[in-house]
Design a protein around this ligand. Structure first.
Ligand code: APR
Ligand code: ZN
Length: 357
């Protein structure tokens, strides 16, 4: 079958048509991919921001149809439509039992399972998925069943960016009605965070991006104010009277904008870091400012979401017309064009490119 494979750092993806699958284990599910989004984290594996072994089949934002299940699988059956969950939710480990499935202990094993075969050798998919392939095998903890009338391109977006962004506003930040919010970065994740803040009832939502077209799009999804980084300080003062925002969310993954996000939260406010920066990049805080600011600084992994309940909730918001997923799809491509999609994403030309299988 066809798959897009990263063989080493900073190389274009190789589109191969000779990729195979390993044996289906008792707890595994084989899924035919219908749609896969192209997310910045795919680029982050290519450029080394997110560490990975090589070769690796990229892609972690996808949806498809179950083809076959192992003998011990009861969660889904052949023919079911599923969203792939890049962090599994096994439902029985301690984090899952604590309602923190985004920390599921199966995420390591899922990521390590090398279920693809290239030249006879086991090869892993990104986060244990690898949605840039026509089919994949994953443990059943890594699939979330959905209604079969949901278009699978819309479902694919929920696999990463939408759950991450909407979840960051609703679950990680806990945006409250009437509050003020700033979102730095308006890609697929930031646009989703804007929608999450709107759904949560924020009064003011400031979107910050370097690209003019992104700011126009941000308004469509719910931003009440927009600015380029140079106008950020003025916009903050105008919207919050200089106090700073109740909630500030970073959706880029850059140490400078992470620091700016902390600074943008008001005293007593909340800063949430959604973007994924490099392991070796450091941030500086004075030892005094935490005391003085009394701010909450938190990270956000998969939007701090329990996917088995949150993904269905997102679909209900979508059905109710409160979450616009269709407009987030800027381009549709075939798998062969994935390298062009990586370029377009880094040039700020798209919210999401979706690969149509
Ligand atoms: N200031 C403001 N905006 C910026 C800056 C900056 N210094 N640098 C980049 N941006 C904007 C880009 O113009 C783009 O619109 O941030 C946005 C990033 O969007 P995408 O590249 O589409 O990335 P996305 O998929 O949304 O992921 C964002 O979240 O999950 C993580 O790994 C992911 O770190 C990445 C982040
Ligand atoms: Zn992603």
């Amino acid at each position: 079958m066809k798959a897009a494979v990263l063989t080493e750092l900073n190389k274009d993806l190789e589109i191969r048509d000779d990729v195979g699958l390993g044996e289906l284990g008792p707890n595994d599910v084989r899924v035919k991919i219908a749609s896969s989004g192209v997310c910045h984290s795919d680029v982050s594996v290519q450029n080394g921001t997110i560490p990975s072994g090589f070769p690796v089949v990229l892609g972690h934002e996808g949806a498809g149809v179950v083809q076959e299940v192992g003998s011990a699988v009861s969660r889904v059956a052949a023919g079911d439509h599923v969203i792939l969950s890049f962090i599994p939710a096994c439902s029985i480990c301690n984090p899952c039992l604590r309602q923190q499935s985004y920390l599921c202990e199966q995420s390591g094993p899922q990521a390590m399972a090398a279920n693809f075969r290239i030249d006879g050798n086991p090869v892993a998919g990104m986060t244990g998925l690898g949605t840039f392939a026509e089919e994949l095998i994953v443990g059943d903890a890594g699939v979330v069943k959905i209604d079969s009338d949901v278009p699978l391109d819309v479902a694919a977006l929920i696999g990463c960016g939408v759950t991450t962004g909407v979840g960051a506003s609703i679950n990680s930040a806990g945006v409250t009605p009437g509050s003020s919010v700033v979102i730095l970065g308006c890609g697929g994740v930031g646009i989703s965070a804007i929608q999450g803040a709107r759904i949560a009832g924020a009064s003011e939502i400031l979107a910050v991006d370097t690209v003019d077209a992104k700011l126009e799009q941000a308004k469509h999804f719910g931003a009440t104010h927009v600015t380029k980084p140079e106008g950020f300080e003025d916009a903050k003062n105008a919207i919050t009277g200089g106090e700073g925002f109740d909630y500030a969310l970073e959706c880029i993954g850059n140490p400078n904008t992470i620091r700016a996000t902390y600074d943008a939260a008001r005293r007593g406010g909340t800063a949430v870091i959604v973007g994924v920066g490099r392991m070796e990049e450091m941030l500086q805080f004075s030892a005094f400012e935490f005391f003085y600011g009394d701010k909450t600084l938190r990270g956000s992994l998969y939007g701090s979401s329990n996917v088995r309940t949150f993904m269905p909730e997102l679909l209900r918001l979508w059905r109710a017309g409160k979450l616009d997923l269709e407009s987030m799809i800027s381009r549709r491509i075939k798998l062969d064009e994935v390298n062009e999609a990586f370029r377009a994403m880094q040039a700020g030309e798209v919210i999401r490119t979706v690969i149509d299988f």
